[in-house]
Write a protein that binds this ligand. Sequence first.
Ligand code: ADQ
Length: 730
Amino acid sequence: MAPSSKRSSGRALCVLSNRLPFTVQRNRGRLERKPSTGGLVKALEPALRKRGGTWIGWPGVELRRGERIGSSKDPYKVVPVSLSETEVARYYHGFSNGTLWPLFHSLPARAHFDRRDWITYEKVNVRFAEAAAASALESELVWVHDYHLMLSPHHLREAAPDARLAFFLHIPFPPWDLFRLLPWDRDLLRGLLACDLVGFHVDGYVQNFLDCVEKRLGARVDRAAGLVDYGGRVVKAGAFPLGIDFDMFEESAQSAPQPKSHGAERVILGVDRLDYTKGIPQRIRGLERLLELHPRHRGGVVLLQLAVPSRSQVSDYRDLKREIDELVGRVNGRFATDTWSPIRYLYRTVPLDRLTAMYRDADVALVTPLRDGMNLVAKEFVACQVDDPGVLVLSELAGAASTMREALQVNPYNIDETAEAMHRALTMDETERRSRMGALRRRERRDNVHAWVSHFLDESRADTGELTPLTDEEIGSWLTSYLQSYRVSLFLDYDGTLTPLVDHPSKARLSDEIRQTIAHLAKRDDTEVAIISGRALADVRELVDLPGLTYAGNHGLEVEAPDLPPFRHEDAEHYHHRVVELAEALDEVCSGGAWVEPKGHTLTWHYRAVRGDAGALLEHARQIIEGSGFQAREAHKALEARPPIGWDKGRAVLHVLRARYGPGWPEQARVIYVGDDHTDEDAFRQLAGMAMTFRVGPAETLTAARRRLANVDAVAAVLSWLAKRPVAGA
Ligand code: ADQ
């Protein structure tokens, strides 16, 4: 996608979600819309209608060429993203529901990891981003929803660098030890960090996310403020607990038909999608235990369990259905009498007025998921408690538990505890029921879904804020235990690391502060400093102009160090004259500001000054370089032509370390490498596990470095910390 940078100041909203606000079905060749009843759609729709905008999503059917589903009567634009059957299988059932759903719900044994699912997931995410790119420029905000679309923000950011992007995750964000199981964990984090604002239901998920960002990407985070410094761009992460349309549920419960007769049975209600995260089998066992522990409830209590059919194409879900059928049969078989059976199980969707009547008339709601992002059923039950109040038994592993404190909270895996909570709920006196339910209702009425939308949109408009500047204490927390009292061997790239990137290499000058710090470091007996650059050695030596340093030029093909014999890679010599020929051949791509910098054994073709799309020119230059027998490597707005001799900055660093300290160098010195470029990635990879590596600057590319530093100022702070550290062995 070609980048564009204009941003609209209008108030239009662009929503991206897996599903559109309605499902399309093909009925005798004609497309028909069925509105979605989900609470989220009900909340987002008015916001979109008010502000105008676009909703982008999968319509639920594969559209044929030229088929349209938008209508001129739509209050906002509807953009369908059509998916083929295979794409639905791999992106939706495969990666979204077969990998992310179980893993994010802390059930890793159920997650499968299939590279083909991943590839399709990425492809579909790119397609969503492409569909949104045009609207992004006209919108005040692009709001991406849920785990199906975690990569889209990254692709959107590339297409519309100045767009305001936000994401909300409706399921839990898992702790680092689970998240790291995912082979593509870094890609997902990078996807989300392309946003300005990333929202979760509760603070626990925010902290898990920040933990993963820090540990996996080495980005700086401010946990208290919920900020991430991702290569100099600040991203805000926050908790926005979702609410429901309280008034709608309350009114429906008030007007729903009253039961014909109030039976003698007390009702414990369960309402769920049929999903293994919802803990339905555990709940049935809980009821069985209740009847064992407290026989007085036999004949007097019934568990009414509603289950909406869900994802029935997936075998795990079919197995679950079978398991529940068998359990219901077993428990009913064990306790039923001529006139009573303990479980009534309905496997279907029920219309709203029946659902709200059931909520209203239930004595106890049993909401015991094994893990749940939020859980709206708990909130809907509370909103419908308009008469004699019942009691909510709630899993402490649902996001809802963090605010619904007055519920009776249980660990859903603890069957005895669940049984005792049911008993307590069934025997609770009215005064206690009223005070618990009163508090729950007041909170849900106030923190309803409309408040949630406003809160999220307000936050997306607010200034993201800044992280506090890097402190010595923070740098110390990264380096002290690694360095101990070893000597330090420090390798520093030049352009973009020690100096900001500028429009011409000749303008990249060291600041006095950094020069003095490096000079100071070089004078220490326990520190060796090397400057390792893609520039010619003589060039970089002249620019830094400090004694006592090691200089490596041409990505390490030539090295000069105060204590070592000079090094020239022997095969590189053969390429000297060929560089001159290549420079001439590249003449034809030196137009519109592009130019060639011959550097002895290597050469750089720069295109920073080319206006507009340089894609075709870049491709042509690459062909010339590769056609001349050189390797072409991307650098910042440049292509590097290097001899194909298997030598890079990583190998050069290892050469220096071995030459200086011998093969046992890891026992002699601690290595720190700081760089900002693709060419530094070679060193990050070679040194993995044997050095502290820092990647400087904008973060859209993934890195093998251990940590990120935002800019040259952050590098200066690290150098200054190193210069001030106590002398080794003192
Ligand atoms: P879900 O996993 O779908 O949502 P939940 O929040 O409980 O879970 O919502 C289920 C919805 O389905 C409720 O609105 C409920 O009324 C409805 N429903 C269930 N059974 C029904 C039946 N038999 N008939 C009719 N309606 C029925 C995901 C996350 C949650 C998060 C929501 C919103 O998994 O944790 O709360 O998104 O962010």
